[in-house]
Design a protein. Structure first.
Length: 220
């Protein structure tokens, strides 16, 4: 695996460029007799865009799952927002994940029977009915990703690029500090891939949110 970093263009006032969102120290992950990651040291800095690049099977998804608190290390130390996660209970792990992290999945994971607006609002429904202010924020996010006129369309009425943009808006609705995207452009053509990366960069600057995403690298 390789890392490619894009530093934030304008750090928050009073914040250091090196202020960590996440820090992994000597992290390993084993599944029975298979070692997926071995002794990884990584710091994810506040406000940056970090690409984890490598061939299929190199451990990119495993690393994202650890940073995103979807899985636990077998060994080593994992900190999120300056606090250790190693002694957290399962409920505390999930609560911290919901509070601080948004996700864009490769298959988007939209609910087929819900329109774009309700798909964006879905993470907030875990805490009850969304407020009028939250619905306005969802509308604004769909506008930010270029879907202001598509809010009432269901996923099967949208293109792949549009479904991905709904997923991006959903990842941002709870105002996370970090967004994890696992190969977010894998199912898009080159034009939509370029547009998606430009959108990630624009949202990174506009919302000061840290993006960590993976991409397949194919050796020549």
């Amino acid at each position: 695996m390789n890392l490619a970093r894009h530093a934030p263009s304008a750090p928050d006032a009073g914040a250091s460029d090196d202020a960590p969102i996440a820090r992994l120290t000597g992290v390993s992950k084993r599944y029975r007799d298979v070692t997926a990651l071995s002794r990884v040291d990584l710091t994810v800095r506040k406000g940056e865009m970090l690409a984890i690049v490598g061939p299929s099977g190199s451990g990119k998804t495993t690393l994202l799952n650890l940073i995103g608190l979807l899985d636990r290390p077998s060994q080593g130390e994992l900190e999120l927002l300056g606090e250790s996660t190693m002694s957290l209970s399962a409920a505390e792990y999930a609560a911290r994940r919901r509070r601080a992290i948004g996700f864009v999945f490769q298959s988007y994971n939209l609910i087929p029977v819900l329109d774009a607006l309700d798909n964006v609002l879905l993470p907030l429904r875990l805490n009850g009915r969304p407020t009028p202010a939250e619905r306005e924020r969802a509308q604004a996010l769909l506008g930010e990703v270029g879907l202001a006129q598509q809010t009432r369309k269901r996923p099967d009425q949208m293109s792949g690029g549009q479904r991905q943009r709904v997923a991006i808006a959903r990842a941002l609705i709870a105002e996370p500090r970090l967004v994890i995207a696992d190969e977010p452009t894998a199912s898009l053509d080159s034009r939509n891939t370029h547009a998606a990366m430009q959108l990630f960069q624009r949202l990174n600057r506009a919302y000061r949110v840290t993006f960590v995403f993976s991409a397949i690298w194919i050796a020549a």
